[in-house]
Design a protein. Structure first.
Ligand code: FA5
Length: 334
């Protein structure tokens, strides 16, 4: 009886060795473990056969059987572990991240250069006590012109090529000055110091320094005894803060129906020419009165600057049309 068992044990041992030499993955090893040692495995029926072995041979048979079991178990385990390590190495290599690779840049949005310029201007004027006041882009003819001392037949209206709307008497504002009237009506009789930013529209032929849509920043100050010296001092402070003290500035006589006297400011550009950046003056008594103030008691100054022109001089841009052509090569430089 024991001889038959011995023979079977040897056969199973050889079969297991042959199978193991073929197994090339850790999964295949696991299958072999089940094939030999599982509940229905090849080794299990031999255990049943122990019952039939005569008592005096049981000790020897038990030893042989245990030997087989341990042999198969440890061989499969060792082979499986070795294969597993190899597979892990391969996986680690495949999944490896090369931390020395340069990162991919994430495209970042940014503020438009005109927005940036406006924010800088707000800061400068805030330091001089000016608040920011937002007003409307669509105005009545009355606000855009008449209240500013530009009656219907006034020749100075020709300087503003106006976009009219289908609604009679409603226009796209040609400048930020009508905001002066809104603000005065709201604040009268209190003193005022404010800047009014916003888009303006003019039905103009565009060129290097003219757009049909552009930004202005209006400034207004009303109070006791405000003089032309205050206006000049304010404008000088703004110019020095924005461009430094070296840049050449021209204050020239000018004419606006809503200021008297009036002056405009031009700055030297990088080609040695002059670029007009703003119009300004002492508020006309008629305009003060239209806003509710008594011109006998208070005085005021006002100015309106072209924000694109400021940005052009600041950054050395020679064509205003670049701001709104949406060319990222231009915009991403700011
Ligand atoms: C005015 O618009 C007056 N409202 C300014 C003012 C306000 C005077 C308060 C007195 C008191 P003017 O049309 O000159 O003025 O325009 C003022 C500035 O806006 C110009 O100096 C220029 O910098 C800018 N500007 C005018 N038209 C255009 C345009 N088509 N494109 C770009 N900038 C312009």
């Amino acid at each position: 009886m024991i001889d038959v068992l011995k023979q079977e044990i040897d056969q199973i041992r050889e079969a297991a060795q042959a199978d193991l030499s073929q197994a090339d993955t850790s999964d295949a090893c696991e299958e072999l473990r089940i094939k030999y040692l599982g509940r229905n495995g090849l080794v299990t029926p031999l255990m049943q056969k122990m019952k039939e072995v005569p008592n005096e041979q049981k000790a020897e048979a038990g030893k042989l059987l245990n030997g087989l079991k341990q042999f198969v178990e440890s061989e499969i385990e060792q082979a499986g572990e070795k294969l597993k390590r190899g597979e892990q190495d391969v996986r680690l290599k495949q999944e490896a991240v090369d931390v020395t690779l340069p990162g991919r840049p994430v495209p970042l949005g940014r503020l438009h250069p005109i927005t940036q310029t406006l924010l800088e201007l707000y800061d400068i004027f805030a330091e001089m006590g000016f608040q920011v006041y937002q007003t409307r882009e669509v105005e009545t003819d009355e606000m855009n012109f008449q209240m500013l001392n530009l009656p219907e037949d006034h020749p100075a209206r020709d300087m503003h090529d106006t976009f009219y709307t289908k609604d009679k008497g409603v226009v796209l504002r040609t400048h930020t000055s009508p905001g002066q009237i809104h603000l005065m009506k709201e604040r009268c009789p209190d003193p005022i110091r404010a800047v009014l930013p916003g888009k303006c529209y003019r039905f103009e032929q565009t060129d290097a320094s003219h757009e049909w849509m552009f930004y202005q920043l209006e400034g207004i100050a009303i109070g006791d005894n405000i003089t032309l010296a205050d206006l000049k001092g304010t404008l000088n402070a703004f110019i020095h803060r924005t461009f430094g003290k070296e840049r050449k500035v021209q204050f020239r006589c000018s004419y606006f129906p809503f200021t008297e006297p009036s002056m405009e400011v031009a700055m030297s550009d990088k080609d040695g020419g002059w670029l007009e950046i703003l119009g300004s003056g002492m508020m006309h008594p008629i305009v003060l009165r239209n806003g509710g103030y008594d011109p006998e008691k208070v005085s005021g100054f006002a100015f309106g600057m072209g924000v694109e022109r400021i940005a052009m001089l600041k950054y050395g841009i020679d064509d205003i049309r670049q701001f709104y052509s949406n060319d990222l090569r231009f915009l991403s430089q700011f």
